[in-house]
Design a protein around this ligand. Structure first.
Ligand SMILES: C[S@@+](CC[C@H](N)C(=O)[O-])C[C@H]1O[C@@H](n2cnc3c(N)ncnc32)[C@H](O)[C@@H]1O
Length: 224
């Protein structure tokens, strides 16, 4: 069974209408430029103060690093990864692991803005990213997951890979890693599983935690 990874509550969104006329936004936005349409805390911080849930929003950099980590892993190269991104606005996209995600951040932002506008990324013959018109619990049902693990620094501490995953690719696991900088999972995410696991004495950056989770699965299943 492949490992299903859900990058949850990614701070990926187009610049919201409520702040579009703010001078800090207007300074960077260009009509023909996809990257400039994406909310980015590094550019728009001063305009974002009044947005709800502000600490989780405008962080395409976190999604970028997580996608590069997941897609560059032996897990993905060996065909054992299923990958989804879930945004704070509850949109879910499936990533075809054949995709070559741009290493360049600005090009990545362009790709994400195009995805949010058009709901898919495709070449002439391959669908690279597609929208899944389900909510998270519907998605989990359709995957027929046997075990759903939420990763959080507030979870039960484990010190070894064998405390997390069985061996030999026998079980249909779904792992959920938060793709945000600060704060914890929303109640909706917490309701998806009672199994909450911590893998370090420290709160880790999302991409470090993700890399360790994938590493644990690879070791458990001899994927090198
Ligand atoms: C930057 S953290 C979010 C901040 C939050 N304070 C935390 O530590 O969970 C982003 C994501 O990385 C994962 N993560 C971070 N530290 C972790 C840990 N010690 N154990 C398991 N997962 C962790 C979680 O999925 C978390 O949602």
């Amino acid at each position: 069974m492949p490992l299903t990874v859900i990058l949850a509550e990614c701070g990926l969104e187009l610049i919201p209408e409520e702040i579009i006329n703010n001078p800090a936004i207007q300074k960077n936005i260009k009509k023909e430029s996809y990257p400039s349409k994406l909310l980015d805390n590094a550019l728009h911080h001063s305009a974002m103060g009044k947005l709800n849930d502000v600490t989780k929003r405008g962080r395409p950099d976190i999604a970028h690093l997580c996608l590069l980590n997941a897609l560059g892993s032996p897990l993905s190269k060996s065909g054992n990864l299923k990958l989804f991104i879930h945004t704070l606005n509850n949109k879910i996209y499936e990533i075809n692991t054949e995709i070559k995600i741009a290493r360049n951040y600005n090009r990545f932002k362009g790709l994400m803005a195009k995805l949010l506008i058009e709901d898919k990324i495709k070449t002439s013959d391959i669908l690279l990213i597609s929208r899944i018109k389900k909510n998270l619990s519907e998605l989990l049902k359709s995957i027929r997951s046997e075990e759903i693990i939420l990763f959080s620094s507030k979870g039960k501490l484990v010190k070894n890979h064998f405390e997390v995953f069985d061996t030999n690719l026998t079980k249909n696991y779904v792992v959920i890693v938060g793709c945000f900088q600060k704060g914890f999972f929303s109640d909706e995410i917490l309701s998806l599983s009672k199994k909450i696991v911590s893998i370090s004495y420290y709160p880790l950056d999302a991409w470090v935690a993700l890399s360790k989770v994938i590493g644990y699965y690879e070791i458990s299943n001899d994927i090198i």
